[in-house]
Design a protein. Structure first.
Length: 258
């Protein structure tokens, strides 16, 4: 009586196991489903507590280079006449600038243009050309800051009627940039430590640091009028170079721990 029951029980278990395996093989998704279920049940690690701080560091440096933009603008009935007059005056300007000891390599034509002078005629309802305007601007650079004023004076007294601008530059900015970056990182660390202490913890380590582009704020002076229009044309053009500001901004992420 016992043996038949035992055989029946064994056959029934074996048949059930074969059915499950066959079903899994037939569908092709059983193993994947079990794996996905197991993965879904794996606990997700908690996020790392972080403090994100942005900071900015800046350094002021005395400029050691001047850049002057000076030129002449002429008008005439034809483009040729306007150009010829412009060429004559510009040649005189360049001669005066070179007489100050400025090398030819530091004098560059910045802009040259020939434009028609137009007006709209109401009677004919047409655009008419009354003449032509020629503009020629040269850029002069010098390592002697004190020459900026004399360069402007030399141009204006030789026929220039435009001073487009005056910039003061820093030739080697590497050390200033490194110092500005150091200040920015130190400031970010201090702010992170203060915030962590206020939150009842501490800063453990730096996780990420992003350096943005360095900013350059050069002192700039734009001449509002030609010297020939001043009351006393013999007075030298006053120039003050001021200070150049070199700055950098950063973004940092710090690990926070209680």
């Amino acid at each position: 009586m016992i043996a038949p029951v035992s055989r029946y029980s064994t056959r029934s278990f074996a048949g059930t196991a074969a059915f499950v395996v066959a079903a899994l093989g037939a569908t092709g998704v059983g193993a994947t489903a079990f794996a996905a279920t197991a993965s879904a049940q794996t606990p997700t690690p908690p996020p790392i507590p972080q403090i994100i701080v942005s900071a900015r560091g800046e350094v002021q440096v005395a400029p050691d280079r001047a850049r002057v933009q000076v030129g002449v603008e002429t008008q005439a009935k034809t483009a040729l006449l306007a150009s010829q007059e412009n060429n004559r005056k510009q040649a005189a300007i360049l001669t005066a600038v070179r007489a100050l000891g400025i090398p030819a390599a530091q004098i560059q034509t910045l802009n040259y243009s020939v434009m028609p002078i137009q007006r709209y005629d109401e009677k004919t309802q047409r655009t008419l050309i009354d003449g032509y305007r020629v503009s020629n601007i040269v850029q002069v650079e010098t390592d002697k800051i004190e020459q900026a004023g004399p360069i402007i004076d030399a141009g204006l007294t030789s026929g220039a009627n435009r001073v487009a601008g005056l910039d003061f530059l820093v030739k080697d900015r590497t050390k200033a940039q490194e110092l500005a970056l150091t200040k920015a990182v130190e400031q970010a660390r201090r702010q992170a430590e203060v915030a962590a202490k206020a939150a009842g913890g501490q800063v453990v380590e730096l996780l990420e640091l992003t350096i943005n582009d360095f900013e350059r704020q050069e002192p700039r002076m734009v001449m509002a009028m030609a010297k020939m229009e001043m009351a006393d044309a013999s007075t030298p053009t006053p120039v003050s170079e001021g200070m150049s500001t070199i700055a950098v901004s950063i973004t940092t992420r710090w690990r926070f721990s209680r």
